[in-house]
Unconditional design. Structure first.
Length: 251
């Protein structure tokens, strides 16, 4: 007995729902019509159907990673005006966008004055990692210290540290804009230690390393933190000229 197209469609929708294949459920009829018009074999149609589901799943993963990263705004690397930031090497950014540093757990450090494009590059690198399906989290240094302090007060610190440790990339912004108290500095150091030489961290700071004592009071802690974020690090200096002002003039 031959199944009618209507019955077949109902069957496909039902099976796709149970198997949790939303792209197949949504696109099966359209792809079947295209396959019939192009004379595609049954096996070719099946391959096309499954490839469509895989592509949709990859895209959903990317979107979920971006949402989970909690970026304050979306700033893509391709939108960064290299001409307005002459100290930034385009080849270096292109290499980092490929994500090899994530495999080896190398740090990235962005150093430069306020308004020189550090956060744009930091978020852009985070988005590039999300596009590769990586687990990313953006947070400012002050917000991270506060989050960890609250977790400690609620006896959830070890769980939160472990969660940060499982990330493929931690984007830590605004290191230097606010001084951290001794407790907060120690918590941030704990996160860095958890990720050391195992998972990447990208840091953006408006201060040179010699002035990080303004953020972390304990000299021994400063030395340990600098050591962790600079070992095998890709250090990018964004300079002193305002990127925002330069791009405004160029536009």
């Amino acid at each position: 007995m031959t199944m009618t197209d209507t019955a077949a469609e109902v069957c496909v929708v039902s099976a796709a729902t149970r198997l949790r294949l939303p792209a197949l459920k949504a696109d099966a009829v359209r792809l079947a019509a295209e396959a019939e018009r192009s004379g595609m074999t049954h096996l070719g149609f099946l391959a096309e159907l499954l490839a469509n589901e895989v592509d949709a799943r990859v895209e959903r993963t990317k979107q979920r990673r971006v949402k989970e990263a909690k970026f304050p705004r979306l700033k893509r690397l391709e939108d960064f005006d290299m001409a307005a930031a002459p100290t930034v090497n385009p080849a270096t950014i292109a290499t980092l966008a490929n994500g090899q540093y994530l495999t080896t757990g190398d740090p990235i450090v962005l150093l430069g004055d306020s308004g020189t494009g550090k956060s744009h590059l930091l978020i852009g690198l985070g988005l590039a990692a999300c596009a590769q399906g990586k687990r990313v989290r953006y947070v400012t240094a002050a917000a991270l210290a506060n989050e960890l302090a609250e977790a400690a007060d609620e006896r959830q610190l070890s769980r939160l540290v472990a969660r940060y440790g499982r990330l493929d990339l931690l984007c830590l912004d605004e290191v230097g804009y606010m001084k951290l108290d001794a407790r907060g500095a120690e918590f941030v150091f704990q996160i860095l230690t958890e990720r050391e030489e195992r998972a990447s961290i990208a840091v953006a700071s408006n201060l040179p390393f010699s002035e990080w004592g303004q953020v972390f009071e304990d000299p021994r802690l400063v030395a340990a933190i600098v050591d962790r974020v600079t070992f095998n690090a890709h250090i990018i200096e964004t300079g002193t000229n305002s990127y925002r002002l330069a791009t405004t003039h160029r536009n």
